[in-house]
Unconditional design. Structure first.
Length: 185
């Protein structure tokens, strides 16, 4: 569902060229470099110098996302999301430390349409683009408590990110008595 799909389709083209052993010819090699020029961040400076007359091939086009599937979103977060707990030390003796929470999903800026769709779908957060990185960020505690946590309670993370989510929940909903064990349903 991201622009990476086009990179994958271009990768398949390279594999097919290599299966036919066309990469062993000058024309085949130039075709592969042209495909590489259209993928990810394009050609490196070294490749541009080595192949100065290469033209990028056309990237495959796909329909943009119309609606999000919540299970897809949970799987996407498994790979691209982050649950963060930040603890700040007090700066003076009469201050207390501070805890802040942040849920983020990052992608290349070419997928900023996808990042914006997360804001619309989840009804919270903000997006920004810095140095070709597009980021969806939720900082507001009520949004985390009332939108993010319930979403993943309904559409659970099943990989390693699930443990991060469960630890995140312990900060959002601490037990009334610290000696009580946390039990998740």
């Amino acid at each position: 569902m991201t622009k990476k799909r086009a990179d994958f389709e271009l990768f398949i083209q390279v594999v097919e060229i290599m299966k036919r052993k066309e990469h062993l010819t000058v024309e085949g090699l130039n075709q592969i470099v042209g495909i590489r020029a259209s993928m990810n961040n394009g050609l490196t400076e070294n490749l541009k110098r080595a192949f100065p007359n290469i033209t990028e091939c056309e990237r495959p086009k796909f329909e943009e996302l119309k609606s999000l599937d919540p299970f897809w979103l949970a799987g996407f977060v498994e790979g691209e999301g982050c649950f963060e707990v930040k603890v700040t030390n007090p700066t003076t003796s009469n201050q207390r430390g501070q805890i802040s929470l942040r849920f983020t999903i990052t992608q290349h800026s070419r997928d900023s349409f996808l990042i914006n769709s997360f804001m619309q779908y989840l009804g919270c957060g903000r997006s920004n683009v810095v140095l070709k990185i597009s980021r969806f960020v939720v900082l507001k505690f009520p949004d985390i408590q009332q939108k993010i946590i319930p979403f993943f309670a309904k559409y659970p993370l099943i990989g390693a990110k699930g443990q991060d989510y469960r630890d995140f929940c312990k900060v959002v909903f601490p037990p009334p008595d610290p000696s009580i064990l946390y039990i998740y349903i």
